[in-house]
Design a protein around this ligand. Structure first.
Ligand code: SF4
Length: 363
C-alpha cells in the first residue's frame, strides 16, 4: 500500500464511466446565501454569500473533487448536493429528476441513493450507540428489512470495510480514528447508494491511515460503481483520488478540468498559486518552479469583491477584472476557466492561423 503523493498518481484518469458524459447529478446556478439578522425584529441586514451560481455535472462512476481554501464554500456545496441544506437559488437534478425543492418526505427514498461521509470520525458517530446500531441505522430509518436479517447484513458491511464483524457490539471509543472512519463508510454504504459526498474523508487521520482509507474508497467504488464528490483541501490526496477537479474561490467555481490536465496546465491564477504549493518529490521537476504566495487574506463572503472575486489578490488583475465578471468557459477540451487573462492557455485560433500562415511551427 502506498501513501498518496503528488508525483505518483495511481488512478487511471478519465477511465470508464467518468468519460461517458452520463450525468448522475446536474448542478445549475446553485447558490446559498445565509441571511444575517439583527435586532429584536431579526431584520435581515445582509447575507453571507457562501456559494454563488455553481454550474457543473457529476458524471456517473467518476470522482469529482471540490478544492479551495477554507471558507470557499465547498462544504456548503456538499451539503446542498445531499440536500442537507436548502439552496437559495439554482437547480439540482439527480438521475434526471429535479430534486431542488423536494420535501423531506419526498426526499426520504432518495436518501438511499445519496449518502455522506463526514470529516470527523470522532464527532460523527454517536458514542452511546454500538457499531451495530450505527451501521444499521439507515435500515431502521428507511424501514427496510434485509434478507439475511439486520445483524448479519451489518456484519457483512463491517467485513467489507475491513473491520472485524465480531465487533458489532463495541462502542466507537473502542476504535482508532481510521477504524471509526471505516465505520462511517460502512454506514454510508448500507443502502447501496449511487452517490457519496465525502467531506474531507481523511483529513483527520494520520498519513499512513489516510492511504488505507483512500484505497478502501477506491476499491468500493470499483466494486459497486459508486460516484464520489470529494471535498478536500490536500491537493496530494485530491490528485490521488480524482478523475476531475473543480476549484472554488470565495463561493465561485473558477476552474474545472480533468485531473492531469489541471495539475499540469492550471489556467486560473488562483489554481496556479494552489498548484505551486504542491510538493514534488521528483527533485528534477522542482528546479525553476516558483512557489506563488498569495498576498492578503481571503475577503469576506459578506461583502465579496466585485466582478472577479479574486481580483484583490491576483497579480494579473486589470480594470476589466473589477468591473466585468469572467464567465466560466471552455478554454481546452473538458477544461473550463473563469478568467479574463488565463495562464497557460492556447493562443486564440486566429493567432495560430496567422503563425502557420507565416510558416511558423504550430507547436
Ligand atoms: Fe486575475 Fe483578472 Fe483572471 Fe480574475 S479575471 S483571476 S483578477 S486575471
Amino acid at each position: 500500500m502506498t501513501t498518496p503523493t503528488a508525483a505518483t498518481p495511481s488512478r487511471d484518469t478519465n477511465s470508464g464511466d467518468a468519460n461517458s458524459g452520463d450525468a448522475l447529478l446536474e448542478v445549475s446556478g446553485l447558490t446559498k446565501h445565509f441571511p444575517i439578522r439583527r435586532g429584536l425584529l431579526q431584520r435581515q441586514v445582509g447575507a453571507v454569500q457562501a456559494v454563488d451560481g455553481l454550474t457543473f455535472d457529476v458524471i456517473r462512476g467518476e470522482t469529482l473533487s471540490l478544492v479551495g481554501e477554507s471558507g470557499c464554500g465547498k462544504t456548503t456545496t456538499g451539503r446542498m448536493l445531499t440536500r442537507l441544506i436548502e439552496p437559495t437559488a439554482g437547480t439540482l437534478r439527480f438521475d434526471g429528476q429535479d430534486i431542488t425543492h423536494w420535501s423531506v418526505g419526498k426526499m426520504r427514498p432518495l436518501r438511499r441513493d445519496v449518502q455522506m461521509i463526514f470529516q470527523d470520525p470522532y464527532g460523527s458517530l454517536n458514542p452511546r450507540h454500538t457499531v451495530g446500531t450505527i451501521v444499521g441505522a439507515p435500515f431502521h430509518l428507511q424501514g427496510i428489512k434485509t434478507e439475511k436479517g439486520q445483524k448479519a447484513t451489518v456484519q457483512d458491511l463491517l467485513e467489507l470495510v475491513g473491520l472485524n464483524p465480531e465487533h458489532y457490539n463495541r462502542y466507537p471509543h473502542e476504535f482508532s480514528g481510521g477504524q471509526r472512519q471505516r465505520i462511517g463508510i460502512a454506514r454510508s454504504l448500507a443502502l447501496r447508494p449511487k452517490l457519496i459526498v465525502a467531506d474531507e474523508p481523511v483529513s483527520a487521520l494520520d498519513v499512513s491511515i489516510q492511504a488505507q482509507v483512500i484505497n478502501l474508497l477506491e476499491d468500493l467504488q470499483d466494486e459497486f460503481g459508486l460516484t464520489y464528490v470529494v471535498i478536500a483541501h490536500d491537493l496530494s490526496v485530491v490528485r490521488h483520488m480524482s478523475d476531475r477537479v473543480a476549484v472554488m474561490y470565495l463561493g465561485k467555481l473558477v476552474e474545472l478540468a480533468d485531473r492531469d490536465e489541471l495539475y499540469t496546465r492550471p489556467m486560473h491564477p488562483y489554481t496556479t498559486a494552489l498548484m505551486s504549493a504542491v510538493p514534488l518529490p521528483d527533485t528534477s521537476r522542482r528546479k525553476g518552479r516558483e512557489r506563488i504566495r498569495l498576498e492578503g487574506d481571503v475577503p469576506s463572503p459578506i461583502n465579496p469583491p466585485t466582478a472577479c472575486r479574486f481580483h484583490t489578490r491576483c497579480w494579473k488583475a486589470q480594470e476589466i477584472c473589477r468591473t466585468v465578471e469572467p464567465p466560466l468557459v471552455d478554454l481546452a477540451p473538458r477544461h473550463q476557466v473563469a478568467c479574463h487573462f488565463p495562464e497557460n492557455a492556447d493562443p486564440p485560433a486566429s493567432d495560430q492561423g496567422a503563425g502557420q500562415a507565416a510558416g511558423q511551427p504550430s507547436g
